[in-house]
Write a protein that binds this ligand. Structure first.
Ligand SMILES: NC(=O)C1=CN([C@@H]2O[C@H](COP(=O)(O)OP(=O)(O)OC[C@H]3O[C@@H](n4cnc5c(N)ncnc54)[C@H](O)[C@@H]3O)[C@@H](O)[C@H]2O)C=CC1
Ligand SMILES: O=C(O)[C@@H]1CCC=N1
Length: 277
């Protein structure tokens, strides 16, 4: 078994670490290439046995799975380097939303899957968003599903809904971290509570809130009702929160979708410069 990774930034390193820690991958089976050599040295030191590739092509040759953990506008260069080294039986996994499966299948001779991870997969939590390329067999799909089950909850989505799904699953941790930051800041500023205490309370609360909604299960409104004693403190404060944040997430989604539409155009022009511009 050979597993190649191209790109060892935030997501490449996260996936390698999570797969190794859960025993889903052995370091000896992994070969990584990246534009940033310091990241590669760090990974090799952290996971003895992991191999550093001299080039992207070397990481690609003979890999059963090849993860492309690079940004959308880096795809053209990397695909040009590796496309001739790939064969039909290999599986390329792209983790980036604006590069379409159809584009990858047009440019590569192998099978393709698009799987969007989330930073929270680092702790075996969160979802991974699955979109299948046309060349994958049922066995390929089952094997990828099992692999990602070790670090996340795989959820199949339509490629057309990748933006909103990524907003919830992959951008979401940043959005909620921002809101927690505001909550913690308010607690420490207004009462003088230690930041460490406020942070621990807020994090445990967030973890428990999500678990309760999934495990009980209950809807967000049911959970609000459970906590809000009639005429009590939470109900009064929720009114303030509703007024001050109304429409905030519609604005957030409007922003991500607008940026995504621009990215799709830029990626398409970079992948197919003559044909489609
Ligand atoms: N950061 C996140 O939470 C998530 C990111 N993604 C997607 O994952 C992709 C990677 O994101 P990050 O890891 O956060 O970015 P990053 O900037 O941390 O890492 C990108 C890596 O690609 C390497 N690279 C660039 N050009 C290269 C080339 N020609 N050859 C070899 N390596 C090259 C860079 O050296 C860098 O290590 C992006 O497309 C992003 O949209 C998806 C889900 C979540
Ligand atoms: O901010 C970004 O563009 C990436 C996509 C999903 C999460 N991070």
């Amino acid at each position: 078994m050979k597993i190649g990774f191209i790109g060892a930034g935030s997501m490449g390193s996260m996936l390698i670490g999570a797969f190794i820690r859960t025993g889903a991958m052995q370091p000896d089976n992994i070969m990584v290439s990246s534009r940033t050599p310091s990241k590669l040295a760090e990974l090799a030191e952290q996971y003895p046995g992991l191999q550093i590739a001299a080039s992207n092509k070397q990481a690609a040759i003979g890999a059963d799975y090849l993860f492309l953990c690079i940004k959308p506008l880096d795809f053209r260069r990397v695909l040009d380097e590796i496309s001739h080294a790939l064969t039909p039986g290999q599986i390329v996994i792209s983790i980036t939303s604006p590069v379409k499966i159809s584009s990858l299948e047009e440019m590569l001779p192998c099978k393709v899957a698009k799987i969007i991870p989330s930073v929270v997969n680092a702790v075996g939590s969160g979802a991974s968003l699955f979109m299948w390329g046309a060349r994958l067999t049922k066995d390929d799909q089952a094997a990828l599903w099992e692999l990602f089950s070790c670090i996340s909850r795989p959820i199949e989505i339509l490629e057309e809904e990748v933006r909103v799904a990524s907003d919830l699953s992959s951008c979401g941790p940043a959005f909620l971290a921002y809101m927690l930051e505001q909550f913690i800041e308010a607690a420490t500023m207004s009462t003088g509570m230690e930041r460490e205490t406020a942070t621990a309370l807020a994090c445990e609360m967030m973890l428990g809130t999500a678990r309760l909604m999934l495990e009980l299960p209950c809807s967000p409104s049911e959970l609000q009702a459970k906590v809000s004693v009639p005429g009590g403190i939470t109900a009064a404060a929720l009114e303030v929160l509703r007024k001050t944040t109304r429409g905030a997430f519609l604005q957030v989604l409007y922003t991500t979708h607008e940026k995504f539409a621009e990215d799709l155009d830029r990626v398409d022009s970079s992948l197919f410069p003559r044909e489609r511009t």
